[in-house]
Design a protein. Structure first.
Length: 315
């Protein structure tokens, strides 16, 4: 059973009643058609009201929803002939970041992103989307390959953050993240990044220093989780809602601060309710972003990308 968000409980309860009534109506109408229609209308209005006034913390909850489409969902729907490439050529393979070659809208691309997993087994295998150093070194390797063969890079970000374990630190986690960021800034090909869920700390920015950075409407992007922020500033993780508001981590906030370039709209109810439509919408936005760079001289990408990020935070 999927997670029910706090602010969606009344809607989910109503939808459950509608589903039960439809079962009876499917056997014999019993005069339920009109009642079902009225309840569906009420549920839709409740959904519009709830999603029309979301708090920052509620958007965090939506961004983390287990039914939200993940990297491999996007790849299976949008990318033809996807060939995953594994390993960092130094230590091993990290499946928190999945990447490889494929064809997107007729063009050859390098595409990579975080995969959290969909059940206990796959979540353990993908380490809940928290990459170790070999994941970031693999990302850098794939970006260097894209640079060598003149292929655009597409990244889909969805991670709570880089894995903080002792083994990761022993193998140079900070250096691997820094190297991945450096590689983003050194490749002479178009790079488009989309935050599709959580964009947590250096674990996210390591593959998101792109020419175009987009966010789904209900995704979040921050230097630390609200719980972590609350624990540090207030010594109380329960102040996570206050922290989320203070962090300005929503797509709306970040567009205003010019940290991102574009917001991709989600249908009312969020991506976890409209996975297929969300995936196709993201595909259209990525395709439009890549088309902007068609015909752009290759040698100009590095300087423009570096200047873009150097300007952030300057008055």
């Amino acid at each position: 059973m999927s997670t029910v968000l706090d602010f969606e409980k009344s809607i989910v309860e109503l939808e459950s009643k509608i589903a039960e009534l439809k079962k009876f109506a499917g056997v014999e109408d019993y005069g339920l058609t009109k009642e079902i229609s009225a309840m569906e209308d009420k549920a839709h209005k409740l959904m519009i009201k709830a999603y029309g006034s979301l708090t920052a913390w509620q958007r965090v909850q939506i961004a983390r929803h287990e039914k939200r489409p993940q990297f491999l969902d996007y790849v299976s729907r949008l990318v033809e002939d996807f060939t995953p490439l594994a390993g960092d050529r130094q230590f091993g393979e990290d499946q928190a970041i999945v990447g490889g070659l494929g064809r997107f809208e007729g063009r050859s691309v390098v595409i990579m992103g975080h995969q959290k997993g969909t059940d206990l087994e796959s979540r353990i295998r993908h380490n809940f989307g928290c990459a170790r150093p070999e994941g970031y070194r693999k990302a850098a390797r794939l970006m260097e390959m894209a640079h060598q063969f003149g292929l655009p890079v597409i990244t889909l970000v969805n991670t709570p953050g880089a894995y903080p374990g002792v083994d990761a630190e022993e193998r140079g986690q900070a250096e691997a993240i820094a190297k991945s960021i450096e590689t983003c800034l050194k490749i002479n090909v178009p790079m488009v990044s989309t935050i599709i869920g959580e964009g947590g700390s250096g674990g996210a920015i390591a593959i998101a220093v792109a020419d175009t950075v987009m966010m789904l409407e209900n995704s979040v992007y921050s230097v630390i989780s609200p719980e972590g922020c609350a624990s540090i500033l207030w010594k109380d993780a329960d102040k996570k809602e206050e922290a989320a508001a203070a962090q300005k981590l929503t797509a709306q906030d970040l567009l205003e601060f010019k940290i991102i370039d574009q917001i991709i709209p989600e249908k009312v109810g969020g991506a976890h309710r409209h996975a297929e439509e969300t995936i196709l919408t993201v595909g259209r936005y990525i395709n439009s972003a890549l088309k902007v760079y068609d015909g752009v001289e290759q040698h100009t990408f590095i300087a423009k990308r570096q200047q873009k990020f150097l300007q952030m935070g300057r008055l």
